[in-house]
Design a protein around this ligand. Sequence first.
Ligand code: KG4
Ligand code: ZN
Length: 340
Amino acid sequence: MRPLLLGIESSCDETAAAIVRGGRDILSSVVHSQAAMHALYGGVIPELAGRSHLQKILPVIDEALDQAGVRPADIDAVAVTTKPGLIGSLLVGVSAAKGWAWVHGKPLVPVHHIEAHIWAATMEHEEGASAELWPCIALVVSGGHSSIYRCDSPTAFVELARTRDDAAGEAFDKVAHLLGLPYPGGPSVSRLAEEGNPRAYDFPRYRAKDGGLGFSFSGLKTAVLYKVRGESQGGPLPPPEAIPDRADLAASFEQAVCDVLVEQTLVAARREGLRTVLIAGGVACNRRLREELRRKAERVGVRVLMPSPAYCTDNAVMVAGHGAVLLAEGRTAGLGLDAL
Ligand code: KG4
Ligand code: ZN
């Protein structure tokens, strides 16, 4: 059976719904981004996020059904992100999913946001359908997470490494702020970095003292801060036009992040004896990261699977897709389902 799933995602600042058949065939994907609203404040305001989800969730679900040309009766199950995320945001999606499932008499499938991001990396590739893909390594880099997992199957993951402080996306967002660039920081830093020299500044690359796996981005962020401030270390940040070599700073910062992400991921693959790497999460949109990982992985005979950029950032395709895998394992939930 290739079940038809409605997926719902509202864990942070995207309200999304999608229709996917058999975990892989994308019939529709609707994403309402709140980025413009949060940009006014330089970051996500949880209260505003929850309210916006509430306004958008039902129209977004209806649009996903319309675009796919399916009726509620055609749907086999409703998958929804239940964790992790902002609680006020998650609750909107979970409540909508429960209501929809109850009204239409469909089973509910709770989905873990990070596991869904990982599944997204397999969806658009023929090899992604093969059972031989597993076990593999996954690098998840988003606004809230920077971790490396050993994935023994699409539903069995062991975390091998995580960040000690900021997530990679968070570091991009904070450095964007230092450079006077708009939120979300990843795309704006990355755009400016295209014009800069990635070797202009030798920013620190974190390595754990015990030789273990792990990330840390706070030292890197502080190093950028010192360069931005120059001689005057106190007081407010200088205006963008007063920051010399802004593009070089952006490019050198981006290079430092990419270097540690790529190196640690390939070390994890080598230590685990695995030859496939998946990358996912918003930062996986980053062009330099995609190119460098591909290039360096190829050199050591490691295959890399990644989602197209639209399915790296938060979306519901990954939720509907992974939901089908969970449904096949009978992992449904009742109306007592809660957000975490
Ligand atoms: O996966 P995602 O949409 O939401 C979370 O689950 O956090 O990731 C959002 C993060 C933000 O921090 C954003 O700045 C970052 O992904 N991001 C990027 C790029 N596009 C988005 N970071 C670096 N380069 C990009 N092109
Ligand atoms: Zn995410």
